[in-house]
Design a protein around this ligand. Structure first.
Ligand code: ZN
Length: 145
């Protein structure tokens, strides 16, 4: 069978995520619909309403079927970067602009990000948020110049 890694709606290639991550991200009543051992993807297109879908597009989970706002989607509110400690993009930007944070260590100290991380079940990508914290720091530092 041909594998479809593309989002069924926008046709962009999604990012592979763990089954356990999808199970924890979808609304309680939909958990049973996430089939064990199945491969899921997260649609990374900010304009697309699809969050997760499985390889053969039999199962699709939309924004409103997921428990948390997906930071990379347009109008995510609040826009969490660290889901484990619910630290938002704005908090990180403020820490850089107002409190002089320059690196991830400063952000951890000032915002409490990345503590007791259970990224596999809290982060929509199932990954540690540190690269995205770094990205946000860089963005804030650049805006400062
Ligand atoms: Zn999509």
């Amino acid at each position: 069978m041909e594998e479809k890694e593309n989002c069924p709606k926008c046709y962009e290639i999604g990012e592979k995520v763990k089954n356990i991550t999808v199970k924890h991200m979808v609304s309680e009543n939909l958990m049973g619909k996430v089939v064990d051992e199945e491969t899921y993807y997260l649609c990374m297109n900010e304009d697309c309403d699809v969050v997760y879908y499985n390889l053969n597009n039999e199962r699709i989970f939309y924004k409103e079927e997921v428990k948390v706002p997906i930071w990379l989607k347009k109008n995510a509110n609040p826009k969490y970067i660290c889901y484990c400690n619910q630290v938002t993009e704005q908090q990180i930007i403020n820490a850089v602009l107002d409190d002089g944070a320059k690196n991830i260590k400063d952000i951890i100290r000032l915002t409490g990000a990345m503590k007791n991380g259970k990224c596999e079940i809290n982060n929509p990508l199932g990954k540690c948020c540190s690269p995205f914290i770094q990205e946000t720091i860089n963005k804030a530092l650049n805006s400062k110049e």
